[in-house]
Design a protein around this ligand. Structure first.
Ligand SMILES: *[C@@H]1O[C@H](CO)[C@@H](O)[C@H](O)[C@H]1NC(C)=O
Ligand SMILES: *[C@@H]1O[C@H](CO)[C@@H](O)[C@H](O)[C@H]1NC(C)=O
Length: 208
């Protein structure tokens, strides 16, 4: 019994302590991802370029249905983030463009670098926290909360975000209901929207 409890205690210590045994673990995206991320690329083949992401360069077009363009620097696109618990994204908004209601597995901080947006989140008590941000302002969206951004300026807007996960995911509420394989009937039942409105949304996303 005594031996068993010592075994249990050491087992717990092992599962709660994350000993740092590597300087870095650039993800090998050719292998399947596990719950802790990707396996490491052979360190002998890692170069400085692995640690530099150039995907945020240049201009963006904002012609999709939401008037936005989102560039994700998550571990799939930037494998050096693998295992580091951090990632970024660039958000571009056309005039009137939005990042629709969505959530991540992580928290997010946003810094606005161009334009003016209303950013906000909604907590589990349905309380909305939102504010008009100007260039240089930072807002935090606590982990897993539904959040959104709306360009309310007269010009395009750009923001950068950082998330405390290498693969924080991006789950958009409206597309999750109408752009995927969820049958219209179930979408109606779980949203209380009319058949007509659900079909309008499905047509907008090309699923009806
Ligand atoms: C985002 O902008 C780039 C550069 O203009 C463009 O190639 C890409 O198709 C845009 N993506 C979307 C979803 O509009
Ligand atoms: C929850 O929302 C209600 C209604 O908006 C509000 O009166 C109440 O103060 C909120 N509770 C908390 C804990 O924020």
């Amino acid at each position: 019994m005594k031996n068993l409890s010592i075994f249990v205690i050491f087992g717990l210590l092992a599962s709660f302590s994350h000993a740092i045994e590597l300087d870095f673990c650039v993800g090998d995206t050719s292998l399947p991802r596990g719950p802790e991320g990707y396996a490491c690329k052979d360190p002998a083949s890692v170069t400085t370029d692995d640690f530099v992401y150039t995907g945020f360069r240049g201009e963006r077009t904002t012609t999709n249905v939401f008037g936005n363009n989102v560039t994700l620097a998550f571990s799939d696109a930037f494998p050096a983030l693998n295992g580091l618990g951090i990632s970024m994204a660039r958000l571009d908004f056309g005039v009137g463009g939005v990042i629709p209601l969505h959530s991540h597995r992580t928290s997010e901080v946003l810094i606005l670098i161009k334009g003016s947006i209303i950013a906000g989140f909604i907590d589990t008590n349905n309380t909305a926290y939102y504010k008009r941000l100007e260039v240089g302002d930072v807002m935090v969206f606590p982990q897993a909360m539904l959040h959104f951004q709306v360009n309310v300026g007269k010009t395009p807007a750009t923001a950068f975000v950082s998330l405390n996960g290498a693969n924080p995911a991006l789950q958009l509420t409206t597309p999750s209901l109408f752009a995927g394989n969820l049958p219209a009937k179930i979408a109606e039942q779980i949203t209380l929207l009319s058949h007509k409105e659900v079909m309008r949304m499905k047509r907008m996303f090309g699923t009806a």
